[in-house]
Structures are given as C-alpha cells and as structure tokens.
Design a protein around this ligand. Structure first.
Ligand code: NAD
Ligand code: TYD
Length: 351
C-alpha cells in the first residue's frame, strides 16, 4: 500500500528541498504539500516536480482547525513532516501575533488532528516536528547545545517554536502520538527568502547596496547547507526512534562579520569585481533587540545513532549558493515583491 505523507510548509525554503527529495526518491509515497503561501511560500520553488504523479499541492492554513481536519479526512495520512512556520526573528519582534498563531496554534491543530484521526491505529504512523536550535537560547563563548540542554528561548520566534516542541512532546507522553523531533542550526542555500542574512547580503552586494550588519557583527551562528538538512530529515523520518529528539548542525561556526567578508570575497570573484570592492558596502546598523550571541550544535547523537553528518564544506556550499542566486535573478526579483520592499524599507531605514 502506498504511504501518504503530509509535508506542511513545503513551498518555503527548507520545505521545498524536503518535498523535492521525498517526491524524487520515494515514488512509493504520495506527498501532500500543505502550505498557505504566505510571503515566504513560493510554488516556483517546486516547478521541477509539480507534475509528478506522487505530488499534490493543497493551499491551506494550519492555524485553521477545520482546514486541518478536512485534510486528514480527505487523505489517508500515514506520516506528517511539519515545517510550516513563521520563521524570521526580526518579524517576530515587529509582529509576534502571527508567530503565536501559526507556530503554536498551527502545531496544536496538527498534533490534535493526527491524534484524533490515528486513534486506535497508531501502528506505522509518524508525526515529525521540525524545530530550531534557537529554542535553547544563547550560548556564551564556549559550549554546545545538546538534546538535553534546557530550553531558554529569547525571542518571540524561538518562544513560539519552543512552545510547539513542548506540545508535540506532550502529545507523545499523554496520548502516545508517535513523534520525532529535530532542532537544527541556521540553514543556507538556494530558495531562501532574501530577508535572511545570506541571501539578503547576496542581493545587496549584487546591487551595490549597503550590507546591514547588526551591532558589531560578533554574533556567531552554525551554518548548514539546506540539502544536508533535507538529508538529515530523511534519515530521521525513516530511522529515528519514536519519542526521540535529534540535534542537527553544520559543525561550522562563523561570526557574522567574518561570514559576510567571506561572502564579499566570493561575490567579487564571481562578479569580476576588484578584490575588496564588496567589503566597502559593509555598514554597521543598530543591533537586533535581544540578539542571541552564539548558537552551536553538538550533532554527535545523530551521527552516532543514525550515521548522518553534513556532506558539504562551507566554502563549497557558499559558492553553490551564490551561483544559484546569480543564475536565478528572476526568482529573486519575483519574491522581492512590493510587499517585501515595504518591509525592507521599514526594517532598515529606522535603524
Ligand atoms: P520559510 O519561512 O522559508 O517557509 C515557511 C513556509 O510555511 C512557507 O512556505 C509559508 O507559506 C508556510 N506557512 C507559514 N504559515 C503557514 C500557515 N499558517 N499554514 C500553512 N503554511 C504556512 O521557513 P524555513 O526557513 O523553510 O523553515 C522551515 C521550518 O524549519 C520552520 O519550522 C523553522 O522553524 C525550521 N527551521 C528553520 C531554520 C532556518 O535556518 N531557516 C533552521 C532550523 C529550523
Ligand atoms: P538570520 O538570517 O535572521 O537568522 P537567525 O536570526 O535566525 O540566526 O540572521 C543571522 C545572523 O545575522 C543573526 O545574528 C542576525 C544577523 N543579521 C545581520 O547582521 N543583518 C541582517 O540584515 C540580518 C537579516 C541578520
């Protein structure tokens, strides 16, 4: 019997890479992509697989319980991979309500519908919740986040994700919902919306616009290529132990300023500009409120227990990412709609 897997948020950045991987690698699965197509969702990301016989797109809102229930009544869902979320920290500072609605109520609707529809027959079912390392809060100069690090979220985004993680675990403990969770570090790669650091910098460097660096640029992030995250999700979905959490990271820490300088050097080379040209665009701006200093993941559990580790070196990943954005300037233009320009002007001109 063909398995039906519901992927939420499949039109977004990471979701589109997960959908593509599952549609192409598992013709025996029927993949249902449920996505509201907010500003961050874009079906152009999935053009290459949209006609595949094992792929169906359904537009809808996870925060609407009637829509979620209808989805479970319409399709014989065996598994859920839940990525739909509001995902940008800066937006969570200016508009927290949409994060509470989608990330908390949306996740609640999904776990609740899964519990109700799978009642009495949980055999072979899986609910896999995709989360972030930001739930653990901020590290000092040393240490790494492990699966047992206490939650200490600092932004409305990370608080809403932490809350959703707790709900998923509560449904496992209380109702025996067969859940899996993973908490991943910062992703980068093709199809990332240009509000996030790396595509924003690529876009600004290309257009010779200022590169806005928050504070002194000393904050540290652990970067993972998006296809490596998709491969980790594949491994966890198929081999992960029910009830367990896996941390996923790139073993790849960079201060923002060093990363931006490295990106400037790659861009100068690819655009045929004189060395150092793009670095001249670096502009220090007002820091993000409550800006977490450092995130870094200990991903030894997934490596030891499931045999996964990142496949790409950062230099290679960065080069591939820049190539993709330079080749897909139409994609970048299309997502940088009037609404995004308005957001950009409001966000950066008040700094
Ligand atoms: P994204 O913002 O690019 O995409 C989110 C997708 O969810 C979009 O397609 C959007 O249309 C959809 N969506 C939003 N609200 C919805 C709703 N109410 N109903 C249905 N669909 C809705 O996000 P992303 O960067 O691809 O992140 C995906 C997931 O991975 C999120 O859960 C995020 O917390 C997590 N995550 C992201 C990163 C990262 O670096 N981007 C790292 C770790 C974990
Ligand atoms: P971001 O891509 O928003 O991811 P997150 O906040 O989830 O880690 O930001 C990555 C880092 O880059 C973070 O420390 C904030 C910083 N940053 C800037 O310095 N300038 C910017 O314009 C943006 C968007 C982020």
């Amino acid at each position: 019997m063909k398995k039906t897997i519901l992927i939420t948020g499949g039109a977004g950045f990471i979701g589109s890479h997960v959908v593509r991987r599952f549609v192409n690698n598992y013709p025996e699965y029927q993949i249902i992509n449920f996505d509201l197509l907010t500003y961050a969702g874009n079906l152009e990301n999935l053009k290459d697989i949209e006609k595949s016989p094992n792929y169906t797109f359904v537009r809808g809102d996870i925060a609407d319980s009637d829509q979620v229930n209808h989805l479970f009544e319409t399709y014989p869902i065996d598994g859920v991979i839940h990525l739909a979320a509001e995902s940008h920290v800066d937006r969570s500072i200016t508009d927290p309500a949409s994060f509470i609605r989608t990330n908390i109520f949306g996740t609640f609707n999904l776990v609740h519908a899964a519990k109700e529809h799978w009642k009495g027959n949980m055999e072979g079912k899986k609910f896999y919740h995709i989360s972030t390392d930001e739930v653990y809060g901020s590290l000092g100069e040393t240490g790494l986040f492990t699966e047992t690090t206490s939650y200490d979220p600092q932004s409305p985004y990370s608080a809403s994700k932490a809350s959703s993680d707790h709900l998923v675990r509560a449904y496992h403990n209380t109702f025996h919902l067969p859940v899996l969770l993973s908490n991943c570090s910062n992703n980068y790669g093709p199809n990332q919306f240009p509000e996030k650091l790396i595509p924003l910098c690529i876009r600004n460097i290309q257009g010779m616009k200022p590169i806005p660096v928050y504070g002194k640029g000393e904050n540290i992030r652990d970067w993972l290529y998006v296809e490596d995250h998709a491969s980790a999700i594949d491994v966890i979905y198929h081999k992960g132990v029910i009830g367990e959490t896996y941390n996923i990271g790139g073993i790849n820490e960079w201060t923002n300023i060093d990363l931006i300088k490295a990106l400037c050097a790659v861009m100068d080379e690819k655009l045929g500009r004189a060395k150092g040209t793009s670095q001249g665009l670096i502009t220090f701006v007002k820091d993000r409120a409550g800006h977490d200093l450092r995130y870094a993941i200990d991903s030894s559990k997934i490596e030891r227990e499931l045999g996964w580790k990142p496949s790409l070196q950062f230099e290679e990943g960065l080069s591939k990412t820049v190539d993709w954005y330079l080749k897909n300037s139409e994609w970048l233009e299309n997502v940088s709609s009037g609404a995004y320009e308005q957001y950009y002007n409001k966000q950066y001109h008040q700094r």
